[in-house]
Design a protein around this ligand. Sequence first.
Ligand code: ARG
Length: 455
Amino acid sequence: MWGGRFAAGPDAIMEAINASIGFDKRLAAQDIQGSRAHAAMLAAQGIITDSDAAAIGEGLLTVLSEIEGGAFQFSTALEDIHMNVEARLSQLIGEPAGRLHTARSRNDQVATDFRLWVRDQCDAAVEGLRALQRALLAQAEAGADWVMPGFTHLQVAQPVTWGHHMLAYVEMFWRNLGRFRDARARMNECPLGAAALAGTSFQIDREMTAEALGFDRPCANSLDAVSDRDFALEFLSAAAITAVHLSRLAEELVVWSSAQFRFVTLSDRFSTGSSIMPQKKNPDAAELIRAKIGRVLGAQVALFSVMKGLPLAYSKDMQEDKEQVFDAADTLILSLAAMTGMVGDMTANRESLEAAAASGFSTATDLADWLVRELGLPFREAHHVTGSLVALAEAKGSDLPELTLAEMQGVHSGITEGVFGVLGVQNSVASRTSYGGTAPVRVREQIAVWKERLA
Ligand code: ARG
């Protein structure tokens, strides 16, 4: 492609380090879409003839079908997807192919292709997140008032409802969805026509190509258009935050499906067995989702490192953007699908959840609140009295509701029979009616809100 200036071809090692075709062939469809839009614009502006544009447009469709059909011969010597496509176009249609690269550079070409690709991944992430939210919402609805232990420090803290716990993740994934939408809206400007870095002396119509490719507008600064990859960084950042959330839910599923918890039973479809221990049913999908965050975070760190300190405009460093984003996107989409499958298929074990909810003195805060409300104790004193009652129950090897009234009065004489009304886990959750609280009435309100939002 640049034979005019060079007397010798590249060293084999130069070719190996330089070539990106091994991975950027994934941009083939976007590359051809961008080239077709560019050729049509060149013709509309009278820069190439209509017949050349028609030959280019058709030839490019042939190339696309060869690539999709697996017949295309990719060449490392041709470096990247852009030159592979153009070289084949030239074989197919001859001279007009040489006119396609008028008023264009691979710099604006790759920036455009990659934006189109990342934009599609934003849409796929939004779809995947919505599916996962729906699965979580269905779980929330089925067990809106099922009681389970709420944890802090993974120690039993206060009873909560299953529906409330499921909706906590619906909230998280909704924010992720918003992040992908925001990133998409910001990246939806078209670099094509920025050319190498400075724009072009040809009378091109950048509005036309932007519109043909579904962008909101052309990028306003040609240097910025070819040299930034912040859109990819935003995508990776949203992906990394999503992967963090996925890993937390994955961890809960691993713990919850253990024999010690038995909070959920994962379906056979999303579990594996052991080759030696016949009794085993392992939550491998959850473990893998928990681990795959490493790839997504690694991609993010890698691309931030590539971009840091790069002078304007294009540098070949930026060719290193693609593999990271490809891998992170594949990992994210697969993880979302696996999580959706697991959540959709799992069975929450209502009895185990409720039995665990009552353990660990989970209603101690309810008892302290009762002392404040009914006896007018300052909360700090109520906290102290309750602590003594917990110690007493612990010494007896019982739970709080099993203490007798006389034992309680031994700790504080003002305590009456009414206290037993707040020691049950059902009463405990039902009483937490503050906005955003775990009470089934509040959870059902939120379920209704989410049903409308996800409809
Ligand atoms: N394969 C290159 C990349 O991905 C395309 C742009 C090449 N531009 C250049 N001036 N060498 O970045």
